[in-house]
Structure formats: structure tokens, C-alpha cells
Design a protein. Structure first.
Length: 99
């Protein structure tokens, strides 16, 4: 009996939502389109702003790439230096176990 009551409450809530949506859509359909003429135009230099924005974005991307490339170069130099140290210390076979 409890589940039947819950089901009817859900059905009633759903029907109430459908009725509310139907009432609101009727209001929207009653409105009419009116064309407005002679609106004062605003000239905004959008092209300039877009160009500046793209320039800033490309500058940020280029800076990031240069920063990452410098980091990779530094890490590669450190790896080469460590390999030289290992070779000088006599541990050189370059092998070892990779687990």
C-alpha cells in the first residue's frame, strides 16, 4: 500500500509539472514580434581586441614552450653528466636491472 501511494504522488507531481509547463508555454505563444527600426549602432573595435587577445595567447603559449624546452635541455644535460660520472666510477655497462 505504501508503494502505491508513492507511485500516485509521483504521477500527481508529474501531471502538475506538465500543466505548469503548458500554462507557461501559452503565455510565450501569446507574445508577438515587433520589429524595431533605426536602432543607434555602437561601433566597437572588436577586431583590434581580438587581435590583442590572440597575440597574448600566442605569447603565453610560446613562453610556455620555451620554458619547457629549457627544462628538458637542463634535464638531458644532467642525465649526460650522471652517465659520465657513472662511467668514470667504473660502474659503466650502462645496463642494470630495470624494474
Amino acid at each position: 500500500m505504501n508503494t502505491t501511494t508513492a507511485i500516485w504522488k509521483r504521477i500527481r507531481s508529474g501531471l502538475l509539472a506538465v500543466v505548469a509547463l503548458a500554462a507557461l508555454s501559452g503565455t510565450a505563444l501569446a507574445q508577438q514580434f515587433e520589429k524595431i527600426e533605426n536602432i543607434p549602432r555602437q561601433d566597437i573595435p572588436a577586431g583590434r581586441f581580438v587581435s590583442i587577445a590572440y597575440g597574448i595567447i600566442w605569447l603565453a603559449i610560446l613562453s610556455y614552450v620555451v620554458f619547457v624546452a629549457a627544462g628538458v635541455k637542463r634535464v638531458n644535460q644532467e642525465i649526460a653528466e650522471l652517465r659520465r660520472k657513472v662511467d668514470r666510477a667504473g660502474g659503466g655497462g650502462g645496463g642494470g636491472s630495470k624494474a
